[in-house]
Ligand binder design. Structure first.
Ligand SMILES: Cc1cc2nc3c(=O)[nH]c(=O)nc-3n(C[C@H](O)[C@H](O)[C@H](O)COP(=O)(O)OP(=O)(O)OC[C@H]3O[C@@H](n4cnc5c(N)ncnc54)[C@H](O)[C@@H]3O)c2cc1C
Length: 417
């Protein structure tokens, strides 16, 4: 019997899983490789970091997800190199030859070469970081409750978030609510006037990719929750006890979260002209490398231009890219041609805490409670598996009715130091 073509997919994120779904009934053997044995729903990471969701509500084992796809094998390993000429992927476990390769390896936190930031702040990009942030935040309250010196207490209880894109805004809103409504019940001896949340943004407004009116509404909403917003200032340095901003202002804090940006990561050995902004790999309108039509790059890892702009690093871009690439591979095997990739923008949204969100869907701008319900609906739709949806919905309802964050566990050493 003739050997079936082999497709190697790097990354079991949004793009990789969408490609698997599209290839389910295609006559190919698929191997999906990821360093983790789970798919992570990154848009809800900030809720793990702020004690609202349990990690298992936003992460699902890859083997469970692909169980019904009979043509799929799973390999848990780090992809370390790709030999484009030999069509071979090297991993920490074994080497894999391919006929087609789909690179959906996503992105990592970008510290913009700021070594202080890399060493002394925490990103919010994976489960380990989210759990570490949760432990650090709660650990800071535990330590502050034992300290007599007011300056030390204030430093421990100041939470600085650098970067006011959707991740920074959502996280600071969630932390502010935790501090305002939940923790005072646990830490009766702490004076909450000493606690502060500061959101620092180098640009002139928060949520810069949203319409200015939504930025203003989000600003007001965060300020009502007690978040101090600093605009137009970059971080010049971070030391063990604080942050120095452009212009010299110093913020005393031991808790710095870095949500200022991400950059693409791939196992491809590419430099210079092959890469676009944020190290994303330039691809053709069919989402493959110009010299290698058998190698596709999708999602955050790829710089795909449409209408003169590069598509944003968003889950729907990765999902639609994965689906498209699966269809292209099927079409090629049937000797058919396919039109270029076309991204359908269904809108963007961000929550600013319980009962408040901003959303822009085409020309429509939505905010407040309606925005929040739409946000809930969309996230439930995209979460993988019934159990995760039920867990998330249960936690949101619990928080809504009881102002409670049930997952207030310190489980790493991060919060103890
Ligand atoms: C905190 C946060 C909030 C977000 N909120 C939103 C939102 O509200 N809406 C939205 O649309 N988007 C949001 N995003 C962006 C969205 O999550 C990404 O655009 C999306 O995950 C990209 O999908 P992907 O398939 O390209 O990569 P990913 O989903 O990141 O998947 C990449 C996978 O590749 C694996 N991998 C990478 N390198 C290797 C290697 N060398 N070897 C083995 N495995 C590897 C990783 O482990 C990972 O599983 C958010 C992102 C973050 C971090």
């Amino acid at each position: 019997m003739a050997k079936r073509p082999r497709v190697v997919i790097v990354g079991a994120g949004f793009g990789g899983l969408a490609a698997i779904r599209a290839l389910r009934h295609v006559n190919v053997d698929v191997t999906i490789v990821d360093r983790n044995n789970y798919h992570l729903f990154q848009p809800l990471l900030y809720q793990v970091a702020s004690g609202l969701l349990d990690p298992s509500a936003i992460a699902s084992p890859v083997r469970t997800i692909v169980r019904r796809s009979r043509n799929v094998d799973v390999l848990r390993a780090e992809v370390t190199a790709v030999d484009l000429a030999r069509r071979r992927v090297t991993t920490s476990a074994e080497s894999l030859d391919y006929d087609y390769q789909v690179i959906a390896s996503g992105s990592v936190t970008d510290y913009f070469n700021n070594q202080d930031a890399r060493k002394r702040s925490t990103g919010l990009k994976d489960l380990g970081e989210a759990l570490s942030l949760r432990s650090r935040l709660l650990g800071a309250f535990e330590r502050a409750s034992l300290v007599d010196d007011a300056d030390t207490r204030r430093r421990l209880l100041t939470f600085a978030i650098v970067g006011a894109g959707p991740t920074g805004v959502e996280y600071s809103g969630a932390v502010a609510e935790l501090i305002k409504h939940v923790l005072p019940k646990d830490y009766r001896h702490i004076d909450f006037a000493e606690v502060s949340v500061v959101l620092i943004e180098a640009g002139d407004r928060i949520l810069a990719t949203f319409a200015p009116r939504l930025s203003r509404l989000a600003t007001r909403s965060l300020q009502q929750k007690g978040v101090r917003i600093v605009l137009g200032k970059s971080v010049r340095g971070i030391d063990d006890h604080g942050i120095v901003l452009d212009g010299g202002e110093r913020i005393e804090t031991e808790n710095v979260v870095w949500t200022a940006g991400v950059r693409a990561t791939t196992p491809l050995d590419l430099e210079g002209d092959a890469l676009a902004r944020s190290r994303r790999v330039k691809v053709t309108p069919q989402l493959h490398l110009a010299d290698h039509p058998e190698v596709f790059v999708i999602g955050d890892a790829a710089a795909c231009e449409q209408g003169g702009t590069v598509l944003p690093m968003l889950a729907p871009v990765a999902i639609q890219g994965g689906k498209y690439v699966g269809e292209v591979i099927a079409a090629r095997l049937a000797s058919e041609t396919t039109p270029p990739f076309h991204y359908h923008d269904k809108g963007t949204m961000a929550t600013i805490g319980r009962g408040a969100a901003v959303a822009q869907i085409g020309p429509i701008r939505i905010n407040g409670l309606i925005g929040w319900f739409i946000w809930i609906f969309i996230h439930l739709l995209y979460l993988v598996g019934f159990r995760n949806r039920a867990l998330a919905l249960w936690s949101w309802a619990w928080n809504y009715f009881f102002w409670d964050r049930p997952v207030r566990l310190i489980i790493t050493n991060a919060g103890d130091n």
